[in-house]
Design a protein around this ligand. Structure first.
Ligand code: BGC
Length: 417
């Protein structure tokens, strides 16, 4: 390692001495929605590394957790014939854009660097179109987490994290009795859907989750299990504060940090928020999987759009290579709250929540209980996901019965398919 490092400047100097022609150093315009404290810190690592490698970074952040606003902006840019170089885009959305012929591939970089050998096959498949890499994964986020403030739990006499929904409800009732908001939540469709999918996994198990939220089986959607999941969601509605409507997810995380609420159910980007605020895992905040015994997968990736110009194409290749470098995967994910997408990055410097995520990922893969996130666009098309979000949000904000919700969901999904 040391030898190569000392050698590099000599090569550069030799290039200069020979009057080598200027090479395109690479420019990227990156469209993303990482604007909260933790997210901005993580994407800042990417920008810095890219610039340190000689590239020019044009930042195009579109605020709005979960990325719905960013996806609207992306469509407008592509329709206008002016796509960004790289876009934070994931799951089946990658294939949707590939089918429209909008993507560029980075297969040359991927083949030279052996990406196939270091990515979980399930993730590699999502990144490819026609067998060629069109996207590069940055991380593995877990969605099925409960975050809590242990000091607040102690105030209500709770000393362990719930492991079943009944235990969760019992803890929430104790918190209410102690005058504490049990659940910090932001009433935005994607946040409602985040809670919903975790509840579906917890109530129905992985096989049911897949039938209902991935395969869209009408029988599963209208089953008593789905009705039971809506019953649990109805209970959760009683655990949020009066001002939950429209609140951003990171402000809900701040409520847990500041002791205004006990729990938040959110993917581990919430951990990025705690860490950015200097909070210590296991002391200032604790994590536990939501009841369910599975793993809800959400992997962020950057997808490369068709652009012209040597400098832009060089930028795409430089970014692809950087994203997949082991050093970057470590630094980025330490800030983001997730774990590396590469399987060969040591986790020694990661905290216990990340280590648990990794261990549970392996367990879930083995036990076939790994499921893709519906709320975070890993499972189904955007249009069908939209039906889920609308219905779940309407349920959360009305007195719709669980039976009606299940039936209406099945009808809406059928219409959208
Ligand atoms: C993304 C995360 C992001 C979160 C909140 C999720 O869909 O995968 O990277 O932090 O939304 O914005």
């Amino acid at each position: 390692m040391f030898r190569y490092m000392t050698f590099a400047p000599l090569v550069a100097a030799a290039g200069l001495a020979l009057g080598a022609p200027a090479r395109a150093e690479g420019t990227v315009e990156v469209l993303h929605w990482w604007t909260s404290g933790g997210e901005a810190k993580a994407v800042g690592e990417l920008k810095q590394s890219f610039e340190a490698a000689g590239g020019t970074w044009i930042d195009s952040p579109i605020a709005g957790g979960g990325g719905d606003a960013a996806m609207t902006a992306l469509r407008a840019r592509v329709v206008a014939g002016n796509p960004p170089t790289a876009v934070q885009l994931k799951g089946p959305g990658i294939q949707e854009w590939a089918e429209l012929g909008a993507l560029a591939d980075v297969e040359g970089v991927a083949a030279a660097e052996g990406w196939d050998g270091v990515l979980p096959p399930v993730l590699a498949a999502i990144m490819k179109s026609d067998g060629r890499y069109v996207a590069a994964p940055v991380n593995i986020h877990r969605v099925d987490w409960i975050w809590a403030n242990p000091e607040v739990l102690a105030r209500a006499g709770i000393d362990t994290m719930p492991t079943t929904w009944d235990e969760f409800n019992a803890a929430a009732d104790k918190l209410i009795a102690a005058g504490i908001t049990p659940l910090a939540h932001g009433g935005q469709p994607w946040q409602d859907a985040t809670i919903f999918e975790n509840v579906v996994l917890g109530v129905g198990g992985a096989e049911f989750y897949r039938a209902a939220l991935v395969n869209l089986d009408p029988e599963a959607l209208t089953s008593p299990t789905m009705v039971a999941a809506f019953d649990q969601l109805r209970k959760m509605r009683g655990y949020v504060d009066a001002n939950f409507s429209g609140r951003d997810w990171n402000l809900a995380t701040a409520m847990v940090m500041n002791g205004e609420a006990a729990f938040q159910i959110m993917g581990d980007w919430a951990k990025g928020e705690f860490l950015a605020a200097g909070k210590v895992p296991g002391k200032d905040f604790v994590c536990a999987p939501t009841p369910g015994g599975g793993f809800v997968l959400n992997a962020d990736s950057f997808t490369f759009f068709k652009v012209s110009g040597e400098d832009n194409i060089a930028g795409q290749q430089k970014l692809a290579s950087l994203i997949m470098s082991p050093e970057f995967q470590k630094t980025f994910n330490l800030a983001k709250g997730s774990i590396p997408a590469r399987t060969d990055v040591p986790l020694d410097e990661f905290d216990d929540c990340a280590k648990l995520s990794h261990a549970d990922l392996l367990k879930a893969t083995e036990a076939d209980t790994l499921v893709p996130s519906m709320a975070h666009e890993m499972a189904i098309s955007r249009s069908v996901r939209g039906e889920f979000l609308d219905l779940v949000t309407e349920f959360f904000n009305s007195d719709m019965s669980s039976e009606d919700a299940a039936q209406r969901l099945a009808d809406a999904v059928k219409r959208a398919m």
